[in-house]
Ligand binder design. Structure first.
Ligand SMILES: [Zn+2]
Length: 289
């Protein structure tokens, strides 16, 4: 029987390295099996080809061989650099920031969205409000983040269809005084417009359908530090209003990062909301110290 000299993982690695373009192999050797952000550089020193993140830089970069698009990118690549982070959150935040700032050739284009809006449901009827006008990180009763007004109203209509809600009460259709809405006659509205159900019941069904889309207000009074640790590396991500202010190795240095200006950071919110609300990390409230 032949004894295998290497573990399956090393076999895989050896093969992956062998298949990799030769000029990139020295860069591969330096990549750690740790979280971070990696950059494929081409001829240009200023415009990178591709920026990505992983909890295992070495494995991820080696897997960039799978598609024709990736092969094209590898052919143009001259070398690979990386920045280690202490965890996945730090890698996600750094990746988003770097892609936004450097717009690499092979990353999907991230367009700034000036139309970002949400449904404000606190008064008698839903209202579309814009992130450029209302502070989404401190306004309660917001549901959903939409690319534009049309997408927000589309969502509202879909829920109305599913829940037989009244287009009149939702503000999607004008109601004439004393008359049921158009869809009530078709039995598509459960009849909150004509006393068939109470307005409270109607609104409760609306909120229930939207509850999973609720935009969470920033729950702390000021900035917090989120601790991440892998092996010997400890980092604190300083965050305020869902905005990443920076990363420090030492909590004493957190104070020099200034507070976030009001405004809503959609990328930061998408990356940070769930892990912070679920308290998956050690979170230090910096305004309490
Ligand atoms: Zn109706």
């Amino acid at each position: 029987m032949v004894r295998r000299s290497m573990s399956p993982r090393l076999d895989f690695e050896a093969e992956a390295i062998y298949q990799y373009p030769e000029h990139l192999r020295p860069s591969l050797a330096e990549l750690p099996r740790a979280p971070g952000v990696y950059v494929f550089h081409g001829e240009s020193e200023t415009l990178p080809l591709y920026i990505g993140k992983s909890i295992n830089l070495r494995a991820r970069v080696m897997s960039h061989l799978r598609t024709p698009g990736e092969a094209a990118m590898l052919r143009q690549a001259r070398h690979i650099t990386f920045t280690r982070t202490a965890g996945e959150l730090g890698a996600l935040l750094l990746e988003a920031q770097m892609i936004k700032a450097q717009q690499p050739l092979f990353n999907k284009r991230l367009r700034r969205n000036r139309q970002l809006c949400s449904l404000l449901i606190s008064g008698s009827r839903p209202e579309v409000v814009y992130a450029k006008e209302v502070d989404f990180s401190h306004t309660p009763h917001l549901y959903g983040l939409f690319a534009n007004r049309r997408a927000a109203l589309e969502k509202l209509k879909n829920i109305a269809d599913e829940q037989r809600l009244c287009h009149g009460l939702l503000g999607l259709e004008k109601l004439s005084a004393g008359r049921a809405c158009f869809r009530a006659a078709l039995k598509r509205c459960a009849g909150a417009c004509c006393g068939m159900e109470s307005v409270d019941d109607h609104n409760a069904r609306l909120l229930e359908s939207l509850s999973h889309l609720q935009v969470m207000c920033w729950p702390w009074r000021g900035p917090v530090a989120v601790k991440e640790q892998t092996d010997e590396l400890i980092q604190y991500l300083v965050i305020d209003n869902w905005v990443w202010l920076g990363t420090v190795d030492n909590l004493d240095d957190a104070a020099r990062l200034t507070r976030a200006s009001p405004g809503f950071d959609h990328d930061g919110y998408k990356i940070l909301c769930r892990p912070l609300i679920r308290a998956e990390h050690d979170i230090i409230d910096l305004s309490a110290t």
